[in-house]
Write a protein that binds this ligand. Structure first.
Ligand SMILES: CC(=O)SCCNC(=O)CCNC(=O)[C@H](O)C(C)(C)COP(=O)(O)OP(=O)(O)OC[C@H]1O[C@@H](n2cnc3c(N)ncnc32)[C@H](O)[C@@H]1OP(=O)(O)O
Length: 393
């Protein structure tokens, strides 16, 4: 088995392999749409006697972390032929992806997992969750927050990226976990004209407020489906929900991907009108360069810890690190005895502030050597708004 870059000419083979492993039927006229991430990405293939038997694509991206953005490999399009599974093909591709990310100076990698048991062994931790909501709009949606009265306007899809992107990017500064978008990303991931996984829905509509926007589709069965929703103030949030809830000839809103701390369940005068339908794991994060990632985020409290990190797949991360949090963070090797011992995967899970370190101690995954060290580090990791990934890539 040879792991090497996949040339542009083999992208159609990648689409075929993806269709095979994800059990999808892809019509010839859909190849361009499906192939878009693979064309844009750094492509790795596992070739068996010249035949593509496994693949992994990494989109160079920028991930919002507390206090800034980090270069990130956004991993997607992962698959191994059913004839070649469980022979270490994925493991080899992940090792190569890690080496490529280190060489490119990208301290983190991120992905959506098809199954929860795959990526922990490679040092990925589940760093964000999301909820799905359904809102009954057969009656008016009364809100406890006064909507910002600034006018709303619909924007056409061609100008939507330019109009919406500044609002989106500003929102990433207060809520980590999302990826910066460029116009092509907006067009392919957010404003795709037809969603093949949501048949019968219209093309996306975009409504904008000075401090927020909503992108949504509607269905003749009277459903409004929220694709992307960002508000910079609770009042703008209220204005956008009120708009969505009052569109004529509709009777429910489905919002399949919202932050776990979404305000609407608290904002609705009648909580029964807003049903939380699901809560699911979203972004898996990998700290490819642990000290660089720890130095790069901002911290909610100044403190100091010795972390003993276990990372068999990336030995450069393995060992003891003295982490100083606060306004000038530092992370350097030390021989001192540790306050906490944890895996690279669990460190990634808590890194964005969305997973409680004390819970990982309580389940026995993280070892606390110094009493209260986990409580103190959890306080330093805390973020005001729960991390959230907007895009399914
Ligand atoms: C970011 C994304 O694109 S997510 C999409 C991932 N792709 C899919 O789910 C498509 C269908 N599945 C596949 O293509 C393959 O089965 C893959 C990619 C999940 C795994 O590829 P493989 O080459 O079989 O993995 P590999 O042999 O390297 O497995 C390494 C270890 O992980 C384990 N493992 C791999 N996949 C799974 C899984 N789905 N569930 C549990 N364990 C798994 C293996 O058992 C093995 O464990 P071991 O070392 O203790 O024996």
């Amino acid at each position: 088995m040879e792991i090497r870059e996949v040339p542009e000419g083999d992208v159609d083979q990648m689409v075929d392999l993806a269709a095979l492993v994800f059990h999808q039927r892809i019509e010839k006229d859909e190849y361009d749409r499906v192939a878009w991430p693979a064309r844009r990405a750094e492509r790795l293939g596992a070739y068996d006697d010249g035949v593509l038997a496994g693949q992994l694509a990494s989109l160079p991206a920028r991930l919002a972390v507390p206090g800034g953005f980090l270069d990130c490999s956004a991993v997607t399009f992962v698959g191994v032929l059913p004839t070649h599974r469980r022979r270490g093909v994925l493991t080899s591709m992940i090792d190569r992806m890690h080496a490529d990310a280190i060489a490119a100076g990208r301290p983190v990698a991120a992905l959506w997992a098809s199954q929860g048991l795959i990526y922990g062994r490679y040092g990925f931790g589940l760093a964000t969750r999301a909820i799905s909501m359904e809102i009954d709009t057969t009656r008016p949606l009364d809100l406890r927050t006064t909507p910002d009265p600034a006018p709303l306007r619909l924007v056409d899809l061609a100008s939507a990226p330019e109009v919406l992107d500044p609002i989106y990017t500003r929102a990433l500064s207060s809520r980590p976990g999302g990826l910066l978008r460029d116009p092509e990303w907006w067009a392919q991931i957010v404003l795709e004209p037809v969603d093949h996984e949501a048949p019968g829905y219209t093309e996306p509509r975009a409504v904008v407020h000075p401090a927020g926007y909503a992108v949504y589709r509607t269905h003749p069965d009277r459903t409004v489906m929220v694709i992307d929703f960002v508000a910079e103030t609770p009042q703008a949030e209220a204005a956008l929900w009120r708009y969505l809830a009052s569109i004529d000839l509709t009777s429910r809103i489905k919002a399949p991907g919202r932050p776990v701390d979404d305000l609407l369940p608290h904002m609705a005068a009648d909580p029964d009108q807003v049903a939380i339908k699901g809560d699911y794991g979203a972004l898996w994060l990998r700290l490819v360069d642990v000290p660089a990632a720890l130095r790069a985020r901002s911290w909610a409290a100044g403190d100091a810890f010795v972390l003993e990190v276990r990372d068999p797949r990336i030995p450069a991360n393995e060992g003891r690190w003295r982490l100083k949090t606060g306004s000038a963070p530092s992370c350097d090797r030390t021989a001192d005895s540790p306050d906490l011992t944890l895996s690279a995967a669990d460190l990634a899970a808590v890194y964005l502030g969305g997973t409680r370190l004390t819970a990982l101690v309580r389940v026995g995954a993280v070892t606390e050597h110094t009493p209260s060290a986990a409580t103190r580090l959890e306080a330093a990791l805390a973020v005001p708004l729960a991390p959230f990934i907007h895009d399914d890539f």
